[in-house]
Design a protein around this ligand. Sequence first.
Ligand code: IMP
Ligand code: MG
Length: 180
Amino acid sequence: MDKDIEKILLSEEQIQARVKELGRMLTQDYADKCPVVIGVLKGVAVFYADMIRQIKVPCEMDFMAISSYSGTSSTGKAAVKKDIDVDIRGRHVLILEDIYDTGNSLSFTLEHLLAKEPASLKVCTLLDKPARRKPGITFQPEYVGFTIPDAFVVGYGLDYNERYRNLPYVGILKPEAYEK
Ligand code: IMP
Ligand code: MG
């Protein structure tokens, strides 16, 4: 275990097992739909790479990036840093996300993509932290990997100041690591 990690919340094995389960559901639900699977960078990169290989239907990959978050607190403001390339009008779209926290990022992403008039738009998030949801945000993702308690987590794509994304598990940082 990395020296800055206090506790492993989700092991590599737990994550991989859940990714396979989600893959089975998505493979069923998207049969014959040729979905456009959109990853929201960068936090989703590791989950995306594992997840896409478990969605065993013809599909297209695309990515977008939004700016909204730095350090451990959400600013509540979002902007598109990188838009998708594929024309999603009339297409079935699946958003992959790393974590649904306050909901600011996902609300913004949903609004941005809905304006492009897809045939359907669903969300698969690896992690859901419902305790942190901003009042008024009631959206419920169709697919959730794990519902987790209110703690700041890193690993498996998730960062603290751009570090720890390469850990193969999801862990809770030691408080000392924030002071670095
Ligand atoms: P939201 O807009 O507050 O829902 O936050 C969504 C984004 O904030 C995620 O896509 C992450 O990039 C980041 N984030 C939220 N919670 C955590 C966490 O516990 N660890 C690392 N990043 C987080
Ligand atoms: Mg994210």
